[in-house]
Design a protein around this ligand. Sequence first.
Ligand code: ADP
Length: 232
Amino acid sequence: MFVDIQNITKEYESGNVLFKALNNVSLTLEQGRIAVILGPSGSGKSTLLNILGGMDLVNQGTVEIDGRDITKCNDSQLTEYRRECVGFVFQFYNLIPNLTVYENVEVSANISKQPLSIDEMLKAVGMNEMKHRFPRELSGGQQQRVSIARALVKNPKLLLCDEPTGALDYKTSKDILKIIEEINEQFNTTILLITHNQAIAHMAHRIIRIRSGEIIEDVINENRLPAERIEW
Ligand code: ADP
């Protein structure tokens, strides 16, 4: 399995009380699949994604990505994992405001050993014409396109998307979902996308529901719909 999570538990302490944000979660995913993780706010979705991205540590359990257990990595190995293997797309884009579109993607390319072409990535997300603009000169949807190009230029094995359409209108959301779908088809990138929009689950190969830090449903989607046809 490309992603193989076994029995992970993540606890946070607040005021001497231990709170389990993830409670004995196991999950596997084949390479080249799109998994959509659904759950209400506070259910542990971001915690799970951050652990997969090597940005947070577990208290118990193992997290294997492409055969490598990242829970056994030291700090520098984890940094390398984040640089080389993972692309992250956030709800609020997180572009660097004083860098142009091109430069935002370039920063990501520069930290990667074998980056893809910056121009090709900007073309893939339809932002090549605007490459000299600054983030403040772009709409939310355009900024999200750039953030996807920034994630992809590293040629990551794993693309993690945290509410990628959470701040976008319906039409722009569909455009972004179509891009995510194309990336999956073109590069065979394994994608985990978290959302509280149930409709988005239609485009997934796998639908995982999480509640109060536990997986309550994990099914293969037999009736996938292209992003184009999803409605909400
Ligand atoms: P979701 O992404 O589904 O909204 P999160 O993974 O962000 O949920 O949070 C799950 C739970 O863990 C929430 O109750 C949240 O308050 C708690 N939590 C998340 N991060 C921290 C932290 N750094 N310290 C304490 N509690 C946290």
